[in-house]
Design a protein around this ligand. Structure first.
Ligand code: GLO
Ligand code: MG
Length: 344
């Protein structure tokens, strides 16, 4: 069953444990050493920020960026790995303090578009067609700081620019309602798909649904996935878990609410997620308390939990489920599901 699903994570998911209130607690691991971890942990796909592949890319010419990205492609080949996607990292530059595509400053917007084109060049060199857009700073701290109608126009223009730049790429918008901003402009799957419909080529714009982000928006992750599946727009997922409305925790998949995780796996498996080449992407962080040598367990554990939940989804007595639905006996259905999760 593991072979039916291919799993991916990003190099940022093996991290040093710094948080806004304290420094790093683990040593850095080089990118080359991180790549060696993938297969051992059961992963085949690498998610990239553009500068995970080409560090300090702002100081390089487009030609040099492509050259360096091709070297990384060779590293992937050597490790028998695939690049899943490239995401322009638009939130760390001093020009994008107040947003990238939606900044009030034209120079910042131009930088963001240019950087996105370079990210596409990197994707081409890494031989992936998928671009992920996490719109980190496209929002506000106070309502009056930007015009929300203009912001959407600018997001459409930026996405159109990318679609025109390369006719082969597909873009997966990763909605998130807040953090780092107080209010983000594209908080949910519905917003992302409405935005897609405004672009030149809606067929090439879909979503990357992250469990924690849907929970922060007060929504159910499996329903968000069902919505995207019905629209044929679920290009990838960022599975993890989240303990209620607090900072974005990126906990191991299924570690907070097993039933919620079960329902995500159930809908993905039911509608053949992965059969068109989609990866089961994780976006999980190790707890800050983990020691150096044990700081990859969150990845292998999330994968293990996913695969066990596939088994549970497939062994659920669907005939019984349908009988209870027909009888509208949802109390009994509730017990059936909880018992199933408890192995009864
Ligand atoms: C943060 C996001 C982030 C993105 C990543 C890929 O909340 O989940 O980790 O997924 O930068 O664009
Ligand atoms: Mg994510």
């Amino acid at each position: 069953m593991a072979g039916e699903y291919r799993f991916s994570f990003g190099p940022w998911n093996v991290h040093e444990g710094a948080d806004p209130f304290g420094p790093t607690v683990r040593r850095s691991i080089t990118f080359a050493r991180k790549l060696k971890l993938y297969k051992k942990l059961g992963f085949d796909g690498v998610q990239f920020h553009d500068d995970d592949a080409v560090p300090d890319m702002n100081g390089l010419s487009p030609k040099d960026i492509t050259k360096k990205a091709k070297e990384v492609r060779q590293m992937l080949v050597d490790e028998d790995l695939t690049a899943e996607f490239v995401a322009p990292r638009l939130w760390e530059d001093e020009r994008t303090i107040d947003g990238a595509y939606t900044s009030n400053d034209k120079k910042a917007r131009e930088y963001a578009k240019d950087r996105s084109r370079r990210a596409i060049d990197i994707a081409v060199a890494l031989e992936t067609k998928l671009i992920v857009l996490w719109l980190a700073r496209e929002g506000t701290y106070i309502r009056e700081a930007k015009d929300s109608k203009v912001a959407v126009d600018r997001l459409v223009a930026a996405i159109d620019d990318m679609l025109d730049y390369n006719p082969d790429i597909k873009i997966a918008i990763e909605p998130k309602p807040n953090e780092p901003m107080d209010q983000a402009y594209i908080p949910t799957t519905g917003h992302a798909l409405a935005l897609a419909s405004l672009t030149h080529n809606p067929k090439r714009v879909g979503v990357n649904i992250e469990t924690a982000h849907t929970i922060l928006a007060g929504l159910d992750p499996s329903d968000e996935m069902g919505f995207a599946l019905a629209c044929d727009k679920l290009y990838t997922v960022h599975l993890n878990d989240q303990n209620g409305l607090k900072f974005d925790e990126d906990k191991s998949f299924g570690s907070v609410d097993l039933r919620r995780a079960f329902n995500q796996v159930r809908i993905l498996d039911k509608y053949n997620y992965g059969k068109k080449g989609e990866f089961v992407g994780l976006d999980v962080k190790a707890m800050r308390t983990q020691k150096q040598d044990a700081a990859t367990k969150h990845l292998s554990n999330s994968r293990t939990i996913f695969l066990r939940l596939v088994e549970l989804a497939r062994s659920l007595d669907e005939r019984k489920v349908n009988e209870l639905i027909a009888a509208r006996d949802y109390e009994e259905l509730d017990l059936l599901i909880v018992n199933h999760l408890m192995g009864k």
